[in-house]
Write a protein that binds this ligand. Structure first.
Ligand SMILES: Nc1ncnc2c1ncn2[C@@H]1O[C@H](COP(=O)(O)OP(=O)(O)OP(=O)(O)O)[C@@H](O)[C@H]1O
Ligand SMILES: [Mg+2]
Length: 277
């Protein structure tokens, strides 16, 4: 069932019903870091097409280059070779078409929830009234209506991450890049946020690139799961998740879900063994 990285560009492993237009096109991408202990090949010959409004999850062992790939798409990191294009335009730096959510919430501690969400809107030149209204809408969407005037220190981890999601959504980027956004949360909060993210995505489709260590999370969220291999980091395989949306925690009991999760897990586990050698 699973496609190889090479076969992706022609869309042969696209989910039925997904828009066939490639939103993000990664071609022959390589990244070499020159560090204190010599060169590190973080990514080698990476090819991936992410379709418009598609939800793609990325799994793979620690150090296989997941964050590097995300940062290059975000324009926060330079590449060594190859190309990354969004809507056919080569990525040269950060842009308002791409929003990023990190594992650590990255909120301004001195700003209220409302002001944190408004911040990106201000940068984009929106007027006061428009900022206020837009922020309010997205704060409500993530269930924080009663906390709009609270400061980050008054919020739980899950609530902070909801603010980060609201902030990213409020600026309405086409592409949402998420680096283990729920990694620091307890299992219950994580499950809740997974469902909220799915609902938000259903309400306002975006092209989502979501990194996680949790194979179950990847299968729950994604239309396709990208498995990366370590040393050098490259795309090993892409597994389509042919399970219809809406999905929720009950989906995890679905026989297809369990089969796909086990298939991906056994492949990722092989990679863990590889780096443990
Ligand atoms: N700024 C940097 N300078 C030098 N080497 C780096 C730098 N950032 C990452 N690396 C190296 O590149 C490789 C890939 O790192 P990256 O952070 O992309 O991995 P990852 O898959 O996100 O790992 P994790 O799952 O632990 O977050 C690693 O070997 C890492 O040591
Ligand atoms: Mg990482």
């Amino acid at each position: 069932m699973a496609g190889t990285a090479q076969g992706i560009g022609n869309g042969s492993h696209r989910q039925a019903g997904a828009d066939p237009v490639a939103k993000v096109e990664i071609a022959n991408l390589s990244k070499i870091y020159t560090g204190s202990s010599g060169d590190v090949v973080a990514l080698e010959q990476t090819n991936l097409s992410i379709f418009r409004n598609e939800f793609v999850c990325v799994v793979g062992p620690s150090g296989c280059g997941k964050t590097t790939l995300l940062n290059i798409i975000a324009g926060l990191e330079s590449k060594s070779a190859g190309s990354v294009a969004v809507d056919g335009e080569e990525v040269k730096g950060p842009g308002k078409d791409r929003g990023v959510i990190f594992q650590q919430y990255a909120l301004f501690p001195w700003k209220t929830v409302q002001k944190n969400v408004e911040f990106g809107l201000k940068l984009r030149g929106l007027g006061k009234q428009e900022r206020r209204e837009k922020a309010k809408t997205y704060i409500e969407l993530v269930g924080l209506k009663d906390f709009a005037h609270a400061y980050p220190k008054e919020l739980s981890g899950g609530m902070k991450q909801r603010v980060a999601i609201a902030r990213a959504y409020a600026v309405q980027p086409d592409v949402l890049l998420m680096d283990e956004p729920f990694g620091a949360l307890d299992a219950q909060t994580r499950a809740q946020l997974q469902e909220e993210l799915l609902k938000t995505w259903a309400a306002e489709k975006k092209t989502c690139f979501f990194i996680t260590h949790d194979v179950e999370e990847a299968v729950l969220l994604a239309q396709r799961v990208v498995i990366m291999s370590a040393r050098p980091g490259r795309i090993k395989e892409i597994v389509p998740v042919d399970i219809p949306y809406p999905r929720d925690q009950a989906t995890k009991l679905d026989e297809r879900f369990i089969r796909i999760k086990n298939e991906i897990w056994s492949k990722v586990y092989k990679e863990y063994l590889e780096i443990a050698k």
